[in-house]
Design a protein around this ligand. Structure first.
Ligand code: ADE
Ligand code: ZN
Length: 325
């Protein structure tokens, strides 16, 4: 069965990582930017492993130069979300790719993103620093986030190469964002062992973890996550595409859920991983026999953990109520 019509809530989606390859190729052609090595012979993003993925990802962002490029990108992403009946999504946006950390420029990029619109889809932003760009650049991203906390920018997080440095190296940035009232999430437990998941969670004081799936290797940590109600932004298709698990049937999402951990489902960087929210649902049905009740529960967990205000949550909840069979 196709789960396309089923309404969905997505918490973990990188804006540049959601760029359709044809969109990036079109921009590159307009601007005469050479993107050799970014695409394979079928026109898909081409990468060998996670480190190479990060390089290709950054190379593709070379085509995204102006606020208007980001407006067009956001419009394309909203249309794709609508196609899969995603009614609410939070997307990671990065000052590093939007104005190089200059607050004035950053404001212009954010204003442009917010001009994009598709009826029925609510999109909010989480500013993310990039771990392998180092702690000093992360501070600049945190300051941009703090300056623009508002109706669109709701949170702060960290993405990139998880094994670079320690979580504490980024503490200043997370404290800065927390003091500005931003909600916090961090990529951890995608590549890092359970001790780095615990360190990231505790040291940075985040309420959600991006991926977090390697926590499943430590039963005591799983119990702690379940007890405290930390929410995992799980991206099964991403984890399989990057080689963490051979297939969704071997993915720990079902075990984590059954142990009481709050799990949600997202696509991360959908065209890179040949996934969509519909495909994620289909794969979970095939692997674990999950059905409408399970997916409704995922949606409700995600909406509860969303960083938006109560009024927005109530409006989205109503959309879920009306569209859930
Ligand atoms: N940036 C985009 N996708 C990412 C991922 N899966 N892990 C870390 N950083 C990312
Ligand atoms: Zn991610």
């Amino acid at each position: 069965m196709s789960w396309k019509e089923f309404p969905k809530v997505e918490l973990h989606l990188h804006l540049e990582g959601a760029a359709p390859p044809a969109f990036i190729r079109g921009l590159a052609a307009e601007k005469k930017i050479d993107l050799t090595g970014v695409f394979d012979e079928h026109g898909h993003y081409a990468y060998r492993d996670f480190d190479h993925f990060l390089k290709v990802y950054e190379a593709a962002t070379e085509a995204l130069k102006t606020p208007d490029d980001f407006k067009r990108l956001t419009q394309a992403v909203l249309e794709e979300l609508a196609e899969h009946n995603v009614v609410y999504a939070e997307t990671f946006v990065s000052p590093d790719f939007c104005g190089g950390g200059d607050v004035g420029a950053w404001r212009e990029y954010l204003a442009a993103m917010q001009e994009a619109h598709v009826d029925g889809v609510t999109l909010k932003g989480i500013v993310t620093c990039i771990r392998h760009f180092g702690p000093e650049q992360a501070k600049t991203a945190a300051l941009c986030a703090a300056e623009t906390h508002g109706d669109f920018i709701l949170g702060f997080g960290i993405a990139g190469a998880e094994l670079v440095g320690t979580a504490r190296d980024y503490l200043w940035s997370f404290d800065c964002a927390r003091e500005a009232g931003l909600r916090l999430t961090a990529h951890a437990g995608e590549w890092g062992a359970p001790d780095t998941v615990r360190a990231t969670w505790k040291d940075l004081g985040v309420e959600r973890l991006g991926h977090g799936v390697r926590a499943s290797e430590d039963p005591a940590l799983v119990d702690d996550l379940a007890e405290t109600g930390v929410v995992l932004e799980v991206c099964p298709g991403s984890n399989v595409a990057l080689g963490l698990y051979p297939d969704v049937a071997h993915h720990p999402i079902a075990r984590l859920r059954d142990r009481g951990v709050k799990v949600t489902v997202s696509t991360d960087d959908p065209p890179f991983f040949h996934t969509t929210m519909t495909k994620e649902f289909e794969n979970l049905e095939r692997a674990f026999r999950w059905g409408a009740e399970d997916f409704d529960a995922l949606n409700r967990t995600a909406l509860e953990a969303a960083f938006c205000d109560d009024e927005t949550k109530a409006r989205v909840a109503k959309q879920l109520d009306e569209a859930t069979p």
